[in-house]
Design a protein around this ligand. Sequence first.
Ligand code: SF4
Ligand code: SF4
Length: 304
Amino acid sequence: MLKLRFHGRGGQGAKVASRTVGTAAFMEGCNVQDFPLYGAERRGAPISAFTRIARGQIMERGVIPDPDVIIVMDHTLLSDPQAAPLSGSNKGGVVFVNTPESPEQLKADYDIDALVITLDLTKIGLDMVGSSILSTLAGAVASRIIGIGEDSLKDAVEKELSGIIADRELLEKNIEAALYCFRSLEPVEMKTLQSEHGKSTVITMPFERARISSPAINAAASSILKQTGNWKVFRPFWDYDVCNKCMICVSRCPEGCISLNEEGFPSVDNEHCKGCLICVEECPKKAIKAVRGPVPDQVEVTGE
Ligand code: SF4
Ligand code: SF4
């Protein structure tokens, strides 16, 4: 049996990624389980998804603590103690990370024993699909790593996306980008899909009361206590030459983290901005751009 664990942020498509590789394996005649664990279920919050694939019966249930393959869809999760994406990784396994950085750099930075593979899925998604939703791309790299055939992957992407995307052109772009990611990686020598007949391990799900599993969210004054700033992949960036100070972005921000500066322009609290980009969507003047990477210096751009 092969066990895969996906780590992403709410909105990145970790659940559909696990489903895509599961469906592709199912099309190759395997038995499959896949399911997500949302936790806080907030856009930008760390989430996990799990896939078990076997030629025989799958008797295990519950979360996967010891995955053969870990797919990290957002580099920043590597240093998030609540996500802990590297937990249970082992020397014989594979850790894939969506990042422009090299595998050698990540191995050194995070002391990873497993084989590390990297690819900048976010750039590929933006360039080829025009979106940072990475479900099919992450499903494609997982499929490549475990040795799924290209035709099965293509059929799985088509099947999974046709239920959620009506736009045929967008679906085709997703298939193209998924195949590009698939072909960008070398196949990995993984354990063969062995049946686990007769080994009826049933893992009990570690259900915890919400107050224990998400203390920062359930605590009083949670928005202030929980620094959701480390959830973001993209950041809002204001162009004060275009902004007309209408304050719509201020009122639409779900975290309440946009205030006004002394000149009356919106100013974001980066420790709490979670990168949901609702402000970008809502601004009628298109004065807010989504940027990837470190916080840009707002002062430099406004020329102050
Ligand atoms: S919604 Fe746009 S125009 Fe209005 S205050 Fe915000 S950035 Fe400025
Ligand atoms: S500032 Fe924008 S991106 Fe940040 S949390 Fe508020 S709405 Fe979302």
